[in-house]
Design a protein around this ligand. Structure first.
Ligand SMILES: [Cu+2]
Length: 122
């Protein structure tokens, strides 16, 4: 029985990484790469939320950290599979270094209500 619980815990943890954690909205998303991540090649990933992210609008971008400055890259192509699963493609990490995957929840007027980010080193 302990063994089964251990397997269950390992499985649960492995599937609840919560890379993008919107604490105020109490919504969290697991990020799984389907291509890459790699520099100067297309990267793609899927965000799976633990619940619907509606009524918010979701926006996600890639942002490179470079000291006090930073920069983005070409906009991601977003395909909503459902209100809790979204596929992102055409992610271009144009330089080696630290990048953020930034998520934004917006209201109907398009104002940002909450943001969350996850750092990745390339
Ligand atoms: Cu850069």
């Amino acid at each position: 029985m302990k063994f089964l619980i251990l397997i269950f815990l390992t499985f649960s943890l492995a599937h609840a990484n919560c890379e993008l954690n919107f604490k105020t909205a109490n919504i969290c998303a697991d990020l799984n790469w389907t291509k890459g991540p790699a520099v100067n090649q297309e990267s793609a990933f899927v965000l799976k939320f633990d619940k619907s992210f509606k009524p918010y609008q979701l926006k996600v971008d890639l942002w490179m950290l470079m000291g006090n400055h930073g920069h983005g890259t070409r906009p991601l192509v977003m395909n909503e599979v459902s209100d809790s699963e979204v596929i992102f493609s055409q992610g271009w990490f144009v330089m080696k270094g630290p990048w953020l995957v930034r998520g934004f929840l917006m209201n109907e007027a398009g104002s940002i209500v909450e943001s969350a980010q996850w750092e990745i080193k390339l």
